[in-house]
Design a protein around this ligand. Structure first.
Ligand code: SAM
Ligand code: SF4
Length: 345
């Protein structure tokens, strides 16, 4: 009987109220990090206690449920996913799904631990990774991350390349901080063969004395600037998410722009995010959420209950985020109280 129910649930695909097919899960495995990027965290962060964070067994159960319902891509994120103890064992647990319904297992990392882990990630089925890097200047890197060493990340990136991982660099564009480095960044990525995506800073979580409004850089503006110096062609490639891509004439890398504020692309959103405590955030920029930790820790809940709850949660996905910076009023609208490091970027 159970297997029949399981089978029929298996066919359900996750479609939200706006007819968007949800095929992509981002899972934050920890809110902790070995860096303290100024736009992401405040200097003194309070982190979750161990018992608040799901175990890898609980996360595995969730991932399996989502895959049964049609999720094709899982991105492991954080905080910094590679600082969680046992992280490679977790990739090893998920790897067998790649031989059946899961098409891609990937991660977003700050790169500091890649010298240690790049080979093991490849061995566990990871083929492409996103590495966040906002500057190529060691001093600026220290200023942005408060505690990091650029060299660790650069060596980590090399290790990832040596391990045959395809690399995309994610760079948060910050006015008066790294906007003067954009050309160097592009030249470096072209030379190395890394895809590059610029991201607008989003108003998520308290960052102490830092002011996001001062450093917001519209990517519409940035793209115009880049086009005046490099020959860009728009391409139709899409990862199903908010990024829009171009190519440089004569080079083999993609250039992406994630513009949640200057240009809203929510109509093609295909993803949901599970934070490290088992709370599902159906939209990065809204506060709707569904708690899965309670049921995962309740011995009376079955896998069928889990699948039904996932299905219901997708039916509550909001249409769009409401982030906005109003420069005339010097105000931030749609600020979300949780940090990106909890939800997973
Ligand atoms: N620690 C890993 C890293 O930095 O790649 C993974 C988690 S981090 C939260 C994921 C991505 O979110 C990074 O590319 C980071 O730059 C970006 N990010 C963090 N806070 C952000 C914010 N407020 N607005 C835009 N992007 C942000
Ligand atoms: Fe850590 Fe990533 Fe946030 Fe930087 S952006 S503090 S690396 S979680």
């Amino acid at each position: 009987m159970t297997s029949q129910v399981d089978k029929s649930l298996n066919k359900i695909r996750l479609i939200d109220p706006f007819n968007r097919h949800i095929t992509y899960l981002r899972l934050s495995v920890t809110d902790r990090c070995d860096l303290r990027c100024t736009y992401c965290m405040s200097e003194k962060m309070t982190f979750l206690s161990k018992k608040e964070v799901l175990t890898f067994e609980e996360m595995y159960k969730l991932c399996t449920g989502f895959i049964q319902l049609g999720i094709k891509k899982i991105r492991i994120t954080g905080g910094e996913p590679l600082v969680r103890k046992g992280i490679i064992d977790f990739f090893e647990m998920l790897k067998p799904h790649l031989a059946s319904d899961l098409e891609e297992l990937t991660l977003t990392t700050n790169g500091t631990q890649l010298q240690k882990y790049a080979g093991q990630l490849y061995a566990n089925g990871v083929r492409r990774i996103n590495i966040s890097l906002d500057t190529l200047d060691p001093e600026k890197f220290k200023r942005i991350t408060r505690v990091g060493k650029l060299q660790d990340v650069l060596l980590g990136i090399e290790a990832a390349r040596d391990a045959n991982l395809k690399i995309k660099i994610n760079c948060v564009a910050l006015k008066n901080i790294n906007e003067d480095e954009v050309d160097d960044f592009i030249t470096w990525c072209i030379q190395k063969g890394y895809d590059l995506t610029f991201i607008e800073t989003m108003p998520m979580g308290d960052i102490g004395n830092e002011n996001r409004l001062n450093h917001f850089l519209s990517l519409e503006e940035l793209k115009k600037n880049i086009s005046s110096k490099f020959e860009l062609e728009d391409i139709s490639f899409s990862s199903g998410g908010p990024a829009r891509y171009c190519k440089f004439r004569g080079a083999d890398i993609k250039l992406g722009f994630i513009t949640p504020l200057s240009h809203n692309f929510c109509s093609s959103c295909n993803r949901v995010r599970m934070d490290a405590t088992g709370i599902l955030h159906q939209c990065l920029g809204q506060s709707e959420s569904v708690d899965f930790r309670k049921i995962l820790r309740d011995p009376n809940f079955t896998n069928v209950d889990l699948l039904e709850k996932i299905g219901r949660s997708i039916k509550q996905k909001p249409e769009k985020h409401s982030f906005a910076y109003d420069f005339s009023k010097e105000a931030i609208e749609g600020q979300i109280n949780r940090h990106m490091s909890l939800t997973g970027g």
